[in-house]
Design a binder for this molecule. Sequence first.
Ligand code: ZN
Ligand code: ZN
Length: 331
Amino acid sequence: MYAMVLKTLGTPLEWTELSDREPGPGEIRVKIGACGVCRTDLHVVDGELPQPQVPIIPGHEIVGRVDAIGPGVKNLQMGERVGIPWLGHTCGVCPYCKMHRENLCDRPLFTGYTRDGGFATASVVDARFAFPLGDAVGKGGSDESLAPLLCAGLIGWRALTIAGDGRHLGLYGFGAAAHILVQVAKWQGRSVFAFTRPGDHASQVFARSLGATWAGGSDEMPPEPLDAAIIFATVGELVPLALKAVRKGGRVVCAGIHMSDIPSFPYSLLWEERQLLSVANLTRQDGLDFLGLVPQIGIVTKTNRYPLQQANQALADLRAGRFEGAAVLVP
Ligand SMILES: [Zn+2]
Ligand SMILES: [Zn+2]
């Protein structure tokens, strides 16, 4: 197998030939058809997450087919199409696992961060964390079009659930996650207000084309107060701005795994029962709920395809905001 491997934090990934790995008990090997590129991959490469591990193969939006099955795996068949998300393993016995909050597991493994991920031709994964995708999930349903659903879609879905059911929803940062979530929120009958970098008119046009009621710069106030806002951008300055934009009792959800420091702000922005929360990881139930709805919603992802060997270019383009929607690597 071949992979783009992060050998030293902060350096480009290296194209590397590796010996084929055999799945152990409870594992499967997946022949990868596509793997999305997520902002978290940038945090992994930059060493911004705690306890980074190298060498590591990044990538946690994997779509592929079961290529080998380890002992004890009963629920998956050879050749079946599966999706592999960020949450790659949980312990099953810690207090969080016991209370059905496995997204907060004390001893988790994360795909592409603490276990090898999908910037590769193949990956060995814990079979319990592989979602069967069928052959026609979603509109189009190609491996490439489905890959962004595995993190941008799933984390977006969890954030949306936590944001509550308010009708006026703000999305700060209009990248891969927001471009999926605006379609979900619209399908649910909500109005979406999209906030981009000030002056980023192309992203604002893109947001309106996907159904956003309003799109403007993050320094602007929406035309009406928001019931909830989700922050996908990694910019701490957005927190007080979003709190200012939500109504009394409104919620602000931080959906990123990493954010720059939040500047101090007057208590009056939080007062009147506004809530500030974060979203961490996902549960398998989130995946089943969201992927089950995808065909009904008819989500269309906008993907930018890169050959696997151009993973560094994809990461650079993501960092610079050079494309709309999501980048996807194809072996
Ligand atoms: Zn646990
Ligand atoms: Zn991600």
